[in-house]
Write a protein that binds this ligand. Sequence first.
Ligand SMILES: Cc1ncc(COP(=O)(O)O)c(C=O)c1O
Length: 348
Amino acid sequence: MSRHRRPSLGQGLDYVPGEQPPDDVSWIKLNTNESPLPPSPRCAAAVAEAVASLRRYPHPDGEPLRSALAAHHGVAPEQVVLGNGADQILEACFRAFADPGDRVVLTRPTYSLLPQLARLGGVEVEAVALGPDGALPEGLAAVPGVMRILCNPNSPTGSWVPPEAVEERLGTSESVVVIDEAYCDFAPASCVPLLGRHDGWLVVRTFAKSRALAGLRVGYALGQADVVADVAAVLESYPVDRLAIAAAHAALADADHHRRIVELVVVERERLSAALRGAGWEVAPSHANFVLARPPGGDAAGVAAELRQEHILVRHFRDGMHDDRLRITVGTPEENSTLLRALGAEPR
Ligand SMILES: Cc1ncc(COP(=O)(O)O)c(C=O)c1O
């Protein structure tokens, strides 16, 4: 921290994303919830073709991707706003809907970036505890705040709340409701069909998980046209570049590849969960592409360090809530087997 940092930011601000080792086959990366499979093979050709147009700026609204997403979700193009990853969309929500000094309602636990975004914007946080199974508490819609953000499925737990329960708990909110569905494709249902009934709701999605494009940085929000326009208004002029638009567009069109990724993750998630439970781990039921699990004895930091020695990365959060647990991304069948063998949960 330099002496020039704005005092209101204080210390300890820096969000620490999961470790990214060199792109090297010797590492098994199960720490940042990336896809076990590569993106659709159609992406490479789309990017190669788009290179020829790079002397021109991209479309400011990300066309033709925006219209393709609108058709995919059954909404109008004006109901879609694209950004440089879901993270940028979430950051834009803070800037669009919360002034410094305002209060935003988050859940506890939640995606660890969100409190940092609040701090960057000088926004207060009311963190409302979820039930042990991730259930939304009664009265959530009435907690004072200019915006409510729910991750569904949640991170780092993988818990998921059915859309009817989200509507029951948040349907009467007077302020904006942001539902981050980064992991929704691995869960049974989405809140997108409810958007027509709630003019202050936004659903945030990403190409980083079930479309295997974390390195591309494309996310988007869906909602009524006026709240979507509020988010677009605080983004930079060209938030998504031409190569990203082209690759995401190609990935969206490849429904078979998408289905393969989702099916593999769901099958392997259940296998990984069962094997860990069999070896004495406590594993929370997950509807995402990761599991949150407590090793026997609870020395999660020690287990993570041992795995790292074997070039296997998992995520340990020192957040005062999950210190005895590891968040483990579902990898390929081979990666998951290597992990299980390293943990003694499968024979070597
Ligand atoms: C709940 C949640 N939302 C958003 C993101 C980030 O999405 P993106 O990579 O599109 O910025 C993550 C990443 O891990 C996440 O866990």
